[in-house]
Design a protein around this ligand. Structure first.
Ligand code: SAH
Length: 234
């Protein structure tokens, strides 16, 4: 079973949205597990503080390496084979390929930062992989952790109702998804493209591929030239 542990000072944010819908049903059915650990439980002073002022001065607070190390060691003892991720705007951008790789493994340990971030020494000392969910700054790593878990859990065997819906969606083949339509046949004067009503499966597949290529070229030309895209999914 895929085991997720999240280290946070706001454990009440979990499972949050992951307790609903596909991920929530899978959690209830035991297809994956989620443990949210309070970092404050690893603090040693009477105020249970996890942060302190930055060495060298400046604004804000920094999460202490010793407290975080104790929290990681409690959640993930030596011999735990799960990758350890630190949510961080400096990290490698999270993508569908990373989600698929995580889904194939034993689980994940995720450290959600707060304040100005974490003491740099912790990162190497506990082998943390910095992962970003986008080029913007969140107020904490919890929503980033939920994002990483949501994208990963829906790829676990048995979680997504219709397996095929994962095979044709955005990024699966290095392309963005083609346009989708459903009833009514006419919406405010706009009809569904005729080819989709033709019943000709070959023509429909060709049209969808052409549309996926057109939309990708228009919106995300970087996806068409990215060399690693062939390993994203097979
Ligand atoms: N001072 C930091 C930002 C700290 S934001 C900087 O300039 O880089 C506080 C925490 O939110 C971070 O430690 C991280 O865990 C989380 N966070 C913020 N933006 C994020 C992003 N784009 N991706 C992943 N985590 C993020």
């Amino acid at each position: 079973m895929f085991r997720a542990s999240v280290l946070t000072i706001f454990p009440e944010m979990f499972p949050g949205p992951l307790g609903l819908s596909l991920a929530g049903r899978a959690l209830n059915d035991g297809l994956w597990s989620l443990e949210a650990r309070d970092i404050r439980a690893s603090a040693t002073d009477k105020h249970r503080s996890v942060d302190d002022s930055p060495a060298g001065g400046g604004a804000g607070m920094v999460m202490r390496a010793d407290v975080l190390a104790a929290a990681i060691d409690a959640a993930s003892p030596a011999g735990d084979r799960r990758p350890r991720l630190l949510m961080s705007p400096r990290g490698r951008p999270f993508d569908q390929a990373r989600a698929a790789a995580l889904a194939e493994g034993p689980g994940v340990v995720i450290l959600a930062g707060r304040f100005e971030g974490v003491d740099e020494r912790l990162i190497a000392a506990r082998g943390l992989e910095e992962v970003s969910v986008g080029d913007y700054v969140l107020s904490g790593g919890e929503i980033a952790a939920l994002t990483v878990l949501d994208a990963t859990v829906r790829l676990l065997p048995g979680v997504m109702g219709n397996v095929q819906s994962g095979e044709s969606e955005s990024f699966a083949e290095g392309l963005l998804e083609y346009p989708q339509y459903t009833r009514p046949q006419i919406f405010e004067g706009q009809a569904i493209p005729e080819v989709l009503l033709s019943g000709d499966h070959k023509k429909i597949a060709d049209w969808r591929l052409a549309e996926a290529r057109r939309i990708t070229a228009e919106r995300r030309p970087d996806l068409l030239i990215r060399p690693e895209r062939s390993e994203s999914r097979d």
